[in-house]
Design a protein around this ligand. Structure first.
Ligand code: 5GP
Ligand code: ZN
Length: 112
């Protein structure tokens, strides 16, 4: 499959890895929008949040728990934001489900 993030998981494309286990892979965003900007992705290819189903619920809660651990590890004690851009209007540019973890600066609301 011609998927950028699947290639990052396999190591075909290099990345700055911060965490990996049998289910997920986390790495630094190449174009950081905050001092801490980590992408967390399932190893299983899912196009977007719009393609998840009941069978993914355990994986999704697992990802959120790991994001909480990463926030602790990166000392985001003042807070952070988790973003899942989804499809065209959501601003998704890579079609492999990913969670952005942003922190270490005060983030504005609403987003653009
Ligand atoms: P999206 O716009 O789909 O929500 O997020 C995709 C993210 O992937 C963007 O923040 C972009 O900077 C990041 N990205 C795109 N290509 C690469 C890459 O080759 N390596 C890394 N580390 N991040 C990438
Ligand atoms: Zn993929």
């Amino acid at each position: 499959m011609d998927c950028l993030f699947c290639k990052i998981i396999s190591g075909e494309i290099p990345s700055n890895k911060v965490y990996e286990d049998e289910k997920i892979y986390a790495f630094k965003d190449i174009d950081p929008q905050a001092p801490v900007h980590i992408l967390i992705i399932p190893k299983k290819h899912i196009d977007s949040l719009d393609e998840i189903d009941e069978s993914d619920s355990e994986l999704l809660s697992y990802i959120l728990l790991k994001i909480k651990d990463l926030a602790k590890e990166f000392e985001l004690d003042k807070g952070y934001r988790v973003v899942i851009n989804t499809k065209e209007d959501g601003g998704q540019s890579v079609n492999h489900l990913h969670f952005h973890l942003l922190g270490k600066r005060s983030l504005q609301w609403p987003p653009g």
